[in-house]
Design a protein around this ligand. Structure first.
Ligand code: COS
Length: 383
């Protein structure tokens, strides 16, 4: 749903310009240093990017999902590390509070997330539970007006910079599955919370992941999201439904960028006396990529419009994440191929993007988990 086309166009133009003039020129330095410069982060704050889809009542821009993905298509044209920093504030690091938080919880934390004063993170995965998220073992024991958390979370995006964590933990050890899980907001400086060394990743330098450890970490009972035990797994799944649509949009934008770069290269690069874009075997790669990008874009737009209309889009979100992330991988592969040897060395962005986009098929649910969600629902509906 687009509320006001004119206002949205101003925002899209601004983001497009910011991406072209500020983010893309900074890609090499971020990849080299593994750090996004403070000046860029300040500019992101100034543009309201940390609060794009947080409610206006709490200082965000209150974008609808359709508006959010249109911005995401643009942002994703730059290295995914930039998007990653703001993505958790708008997405998995804040949506637990937006969707299921009490009014007090929203009032307390959303304004600081929306302004970018603090960065949010989402702590679900553990050393022993990845795809099987409902088997998580981090415990939250009630003790007076506190819960005491113990356990380790793994691969937590933005953990090194986060000021606030949405943490899924087991409040009822007798219940092994999803119903024993609750969600908490845990502030960074809570005694007993510590962050491990940043992971050495394949790509996305500038975006950081790390373990988060809880050792007798006392969290006020008022930080239990929604004030209700046992609802945390559902909260996490609802957050991921939205997150998967956002990632699908990011895959689409990244694929568009890679195709643009490959097209430019194919037009400039000459072999056998002509631009390689003139060769039909190269044209096939360009055409297949463009077609698949168009398909992903159309799927994402359809799903987000339905979400804005209040439909349950769990299946569509998984369809979009599955198709767009796999598509993005295929486009990355073709674009390296079009660059030939030049695509294998780091002078060209495609070498970096090829590694960066590999993560899209893994995080916020692997392709295999998306297949499982789609198949289960399809069979259920068929029955
Ligand atoms: N929205 C709301 N509720 C949902 C839901 C959704 N999208 N998906 C599941 N639930 C609910 C179910 O209705 C069920 O509730 P009840 O117990 O009240 O019936 C509960 O959650 C458990 O669901 P289910 O039985 O489907 O859980 P499973 O353990 O079988 O697995 C999968 C669910 C595999 C889909 C889930 O664990 C998953 O998404 N895993 C991947 C995790 C992931 O994406 N990790 C990335 C880390 S974040 S970067």
């Amino acid at each position: 749903m687009i509320r006001d086309r004119e206002t949205l166009n101003v925002l899209l133009d601004t983001v497009r310009r910011f991406v072209a003039e500020r983010l893309i020129p900074h890609e090499p330095v971020v990849a080299e240093s593994d750090v996004i410069p403070d000046a860029i982060i300040d500019e992101m704050r100034g543009l309201g990017l940390f609060g794009l889809s947080l409610p206006e009542a709490y200082g965000g821009l209150g974008l609808t999902m359709e508006e959010e993905v249109l911005v995401a298509f643009e942002l994703a044209r730059a290295s995914p590390a930039f998007r990653s920093l703001i993505g958790t504030n708008n997405g998995i690091g804040a949506q637990g509070i937006v969707i299921d938080g009490t009014p007090e919880q929203k009032q307390r934390w959303l304004p600081r997330l929306a302004s970018g004063e603090i960065v949010g993170a989402f702590a679900l995965t553990e050393p022993g539970s990845g795809s099987d998220a409902a088997s998580l073992a981090t415990s939250a024991r009630r003790d007076g007006d506190h819960y005491v958390l113990n356990g380790t979370k793994r691969f937590i995006t933005n953990a090194p910079e986060a000021g606030l964590f949405t943490v899924m933990a087991r409040t009822d050890p007798r219940v092994k599955g999803a119903r024993g899980i609750s969600a908490f907001v845990v502030e960074r400086d809570t005694p007993g919370l510590s962050i491990g060394r940043p992971d050495r990743k394949m790509g996305q330098r500038g975006a950081h992941t790390a373990d988060v450890h809880f050792d007798e970490c006392r969290v006020p009972a008022q930080n239990l999201i929604g004030g209700r035990e046992g609802a945390g797994f559902r909260t996490a799944m609802k957050v991921l439904d939205k997150g998967r649509l956002h990632i699908a949009a990011i895959c689409t934008g990244a694929a568009e960028r890679m195709l643009d770069d490959a097209l430019r290269y194919a037009i400039e690069r000459r072999q056998f006396g002509q631009a390689i874009a003139q060769f039909q075997l190269v044209q096939a790669m360009l055409a297949d990529s463009r077609t698949e990008i168009y398909a992903a874009r159309s799927m994402v737009l359809d799903a987000v419009r339905r979400r804005d209309d209040g439909e349950d889009v769990t299946v569509e979100a998984s369809c979009c994440k599955l198709f767009a992330s796999e598509m993005c991988g295929r486009v990355a592969d073709r674009c390296v191929q079009i660059h030939g040897g030049a695509g294998y060395v780091s002078d060209h962005a495609i070498e970096r993007f090829y590694r960066d986009v590999r993560l899209f098929r893994i995080y916020e649910g692997t392709s295999q988990i998306q297949q499982l969600v789609i198949a289960r629902q399809t069979i259920k509906q068929g029955g």
